[in-house]
Design a binder for this molecule. Sequence first.
Ligand SMILES: *[C@@H]1O[C@H](CO)[C@@H](O)[C@H](O)[C@H]1NC(C)=O
Ligand SMILES: *[C@@H]1O[C@H](CO)[C@@H](O)[C@H](O)[C@H]1NC(C)=O
Ligand SMILES: *[C@@H]1O[C@H](CO)[C@@H](O)[C@H](O)[C@H]1NC(C)=O
Ligand SMILES: *[C@@H]1O[C@H](CO)[C@@H](O)[C@H](O)[C@H]1NC(C)=O
Ligand SMILES: *[C@@H]1O[C@H](CO)[C@@H](O)[C@H](O)[C@H]1NC(C)=O
Ligand SMILES: *[C@@H]1O[C@H](CO)[C@@H](O)[C@H](O)[C@H]1NC(C)=O
Length: 304
Amino acid sequence: MFVATTQLRRFLLCVFLWLLTQRGTCGAYHEEGRYPCAFIDTVNITGSYSMGSNMNGSYLHNWTVIPRELVTPYDFVIENGIRVPAVRHLRACVCRLRPCVRFCCPAGQFYQLETRRCVDHPEVPGHSHMTVQLQNGTQLHQELGTWFSVHVESPCDHMRAVTKDSEYLHWTLHENGSITHREHHFTKHYCFTPLLFGNSSWSWQPLACEPEKLHFVLGVREWTYAICLLICIISMFIVLMVHLTCSDMRNSFYGVAVKAYMICVIFGYALLAHLTLHDPANLSSAACRIIPSRCSSWFCPFTY
Ligand SMILES: *[C@@H]1O[C@H](CO)[C@@H](O)[C@H](O)[C@H]1NC(C)=O
Ligand SMILES: *[C@@H]1O[C@H](CO)[C@@H](O)[C@H](O)[C@H]1NC(C)=O
Ligand SMILES: *[C@@H]1O[C@H](CO)[C@@H](O)[C@H](O)[C@H]1NC(C)=O
Ligand SMILES: *[C@@H]1O[C@H](CO)[C@@H](O)[C@H](O)[C@H]1NC(C)=O
Ligand SMILES: *[C@@H]1O[C@H](CO)[C@@H](O)[C@H](O)[C@H]1NC(C)=O
Ligand SMILES: *[C@@H]1O[C@H](CO)[C@@H](O)[C@H](O)[C@H]1NC(C)=O
């Protein structure tokens, strides 16, 4: 009887731990599946002409026919890598029809990395033409408009250049819109800007979003999680009290084992609740030393 309840408790703890690890991944998977492509590959096509059922419900946007399956209503936009709620609007995956090329600034300007703004410069090269590498390896100085869907927008407010040993790299723009340096692919969340080398030579560089320090917000999810943990702690505490007062076996080997187990789990859950409610950026070094002991509290029940 006693062994059975311990095993049941262990099983429930395993299920709980498994649920904790699954929590994030389930949601993310579901959301990706709802949209035909990544947000960065879409444009707002509000006001485009819908061609009706004899054209399979396709849309006409800027003289391009967009198949219905590439058009989805969105109720958010992504700004600086963060989802921001927005009025429901239609967006189309235009980068699926033609590869997209993004520029940070309008023609005649370049992105100044220090001030993080577009700055006028009389000698900035125009972005109508760029060197494009074809599938067979040939490099051509191409007019971009005929091959690509050209967008002028920076995906984030703060962009940074990617350097290696404080040198800029030579990135190649491919015919399919991907940007590579040897085997490395540049992120999709980029924009091109000309940068000045030395005094007079300009070179095109893709810029990536600068990682922002994430804001720590105590949302409904964190509070629910912390309250569940608190309820767990209280019930475990009651079980421990009952065990201490009523059990005849409390001084036997199993009694001591269960007491140690309960205390470890209560301590572990309390620490977990504490970590949930505190900004990870503010954790002191003392707290970091405690975390290994929290981990060991997961293992201690399994050693009996
Ligand atoms: C989408 O485009 C329409 C028309 O140009 C505009 O009114 C609306 O604000 C845009 N929506 C978003 C979320 O950008
Ligand atoms: C509409 O879809 C059907 C089958 O998916 C296809 O045979 C037909 O050619 C399409 N019509 C147009 C105008 O695209
Ligand atoms: C419409 O498409 C043309 C090329 O086909 C492009 O030059 C122009 O910028 C596009 N306009 C918009 C608003 O996307
Ligand atoms: C690569 O393809 C382009 C056009 O498809 C062609 O003009 C060029 O000669 C080809 N280059 C080689 C090396 O085959
Ligand atoms: C685009 O082409 C390059 C070189 O041919 C290749 O490495 C890359 O995987 C391609 N990207 C996509 C998305 O097909
Ligand atoms: C850059 O310009 C400065 C003066 O504006 C000049 O002293 C320097 O030699 C120039 N450097 C190169 C590499 O041309």
